[in-house]
Design a protein around this ligand. Structure first.
Ligand SMILES: N[C@@H](CCC(=O)N[C@@H](CS)C(=O)NCC(=O)O)C(=O)O
Length: 311
């Protein structure tokens, strides 16, 4: 039995980032498949409102967003490290590149081509998620530009490999590889002709094959009922912020112990409310009481989340 429960679906690119990191660490974990659109009645009770995928659950502690999931995996299972050349700071900071402009380029290239084949339910759901119309005509018009952006991101990856190294940081794989990889995996899987935008770049295809070969660790499937039961049976961590994480900003520290609301600032901004029980420069931790599950601690990354005193 494993205690790492990853709420995910196989086509999710941010889940692929986490699956590769689980592979690098050789960890055993369980995939808990969640729906691709709302409602998600067996996810939201765990997160208190957050609907995005992936979410990592360990007992009654729930980690939202791949950025924090990766940080938590490194804290719980430090070896082998996701930062093989000691690059924890810069490799973590690079998520702002891979998860935003690189990812947006991959999304634009895919949806300019497959947008029309997607069902109405998915389109309506994603319009609600983003708060903006799903503009297929706009995506088509933007394609020539976005194709150049995707290639340019991929070319930076190829440039890093130009001295013949196996992975982005050297001979061992790390988060930098998982982050760059998942975007190309996403584009190439959902719109295979997009591979022509990057697979000719020197060294890129060989590196891509090496990342695929890492695998995903030891995966098993778990039901959503099993995950909810694991939350019911467990108590949240007494010390939810791992030792050594940089201290919180003074404004956040002052709110510890108070009722607060937190929400992502980009998309999927559904608020989570609870008592702030932990804060660092990298995470916020809320404790909630769920009528069915009992006490749950929800962890979110500090970057890209807003914190407000609860109304
Ligand atoms: N910043 C988040 C982004 C997660 C995200 O956008 N996930 C997509 C799937 S890959 C999602 O949740 N889409 C809406 C849904 O599945 O309901 C992260 O790094 O985890």
């Amino acid at each position: 039995m494993t205690d790492l429960l990853l709420h995910q679906y196989d086509s999710s690119p941010f889940s692929e980032k986490v699956r590769v990191c689980l592979g690098i660490k050789g960890l055993a974990w369980a995939a808990v498949d969640q729906p691709v659109v709302m409602p998600k009645p067996e996810l939201v009770p765990l997160t208190g409102g957050y609907r995005k995928i992936p979410v990592l659950q360990v007992g009654a502690d729930v980690y939202c967003d791949s950025v924090l999931i990766v940080r938590e995996l490194e804290a719980r299972h430090p070896a082998p490290s996701l930062f093989p050349s000691g690059s924890g700071g810069i490799a973590s900071a690079l998520s702002e590149w891979t998860d935003r402009s690189f990812f947006q380029a991959a999304v634009a290239v895919i949806f300019a081509h497959v947008g029309e084949t997607i069902g109405e339910e998915f389109i309506k759901d994603r319009e609600k998620l983003s708060g903006a119309p799903f503009d297929i005509a706009g995506m088509k018009a933007a394609f020539p530009h976005m194709a150049t952006q995707l290639r340019s991101h991929a070319a930076n990856v190829a440039q890093q490999l130009a001295d013949g190294r196996a992975f982005l940081e050297g001979e061992k794989p790390g988060l930098a590889d998982a982050n760059a990889f998942y975007n190309l995996w996403f584009a190439g899987s959902f719109y295979p002709p997009s591979k022509a935008l990057f697979e000719d770049l020197p060294g890129l295809s060989d590196w891509y094959a090496r990342v695929v070969a890492i695998g995903h660790g030891q995966r098993r499937e778990a039901s959503r009922a099993e995950a909810l039961d694991a939350a019911r049976k467990a108590e949240p961590l007494a010390a939810p912020v791992p030792a050594g994480e940089a201290a919180a900003a003074p404004g956040d520290a002052a709110l510890v112990g108070q009722k607060v609301a937190i929400a992502a600032t980009d998309y999927g901004r559904d608020p989570i409310t609870g008592t702030l029980v932990g804060a660092s420069a990298h995470r916020l931790v809320l404790r909630r009481e769920d009528a069915d599950l009992g006490a749950i601690q929800v962890h979110v990354p500090r970057l890209g989340f807003a914190l407000m005193p609860a109304a």
